[in-house]
Design a protein around this ligand. Structure first.
Ligand code: ZN
Length: 191
């Protein structure tokens, strides 16, 4: 099932997600829907808060990226970064921040402890595009967006788009869910 993607100003994208205790049929269905929603939006990674679930669950599939064609889709549950190495800058975008890109500096390799779709624990090192996408998605589980990590100069450039997004101007060619108006928001006041 294609699920709508939560957008920039949604509170769920700012919360720390809860760890999973296991994988039952409901989680299996959520994983399948996350893959479907990610591919429908031409994304290469998706975290559960981006489909409205505050859970420490990520899916990724980078096989559309040059030099990664042979890589299989991956499910990452309860990830924990044990150590990091190096540093590199790369342009990032996010399905929850449509139409906005910016350069982000991150470690170039990570040692990660995580569970797979069978809830089996792994410890493995990831580099290149894997390290990049995993760190972006793990950030989502901790309530951080890539726009928080771009340099001040770039952040100023994207400020107009972010502000427009907050007021509901969203250019996405996939289903999105705009957060409901807060009780104290001027939009909810008929005056
Ligand atoms: Zn993202």
């Amino acid at each position: 099932m294609i699920l709508p993607i939560t957008i920039y100003s949604d509170d769920i994208l700012r919360q720390r997600s809860k760890p999973l205790k296991g994988v039952d049929s409901a989680i299996e269905a959520l994983i399948a829907s996350m893959f479907e929603s990610m591919r429908n939006a031409s994304g290469i990674g998706l975290a559960a808060p981006q489909v409205g679930q505050s859970l420490r669950l990520v899916v990724l599939d980078i096989s559309c990226v040059k030099n990664y064609e042979q890589e299989k889709p991956m499910v990452v549950i309860n990830p924990h970064v044990i150590s990091v190495k190096g540093s590199c800058s790369m342009e990032e975008g996010c399905l929850s921040v449509p139409g906005v890109q910016g350069d982000v500096v991150r470690p170039s390799a990570i040692m990660l402890k995580y569970r797979d779709e069978h809830f089996v624990e792994h410890v493995a090192e990831f580099s290149g595009m894997f390290a990049r996408v995993l760190q972006h998605e793990i950030d989502h589980l901790d309530g951080t967006l890539f726009v928080d990590r771009v340099q001040k100069r770039d952040r100023r450039k994207m400020q107009k788009e972010l502000l427009a997004m907050t007021s509901g101007v969203i250019h996405a060619d996939y289903p999105v869910v705009f957060p409901p108006a807060k009780p104290n928001s001027p939009n909810s006041n008929p005056m």
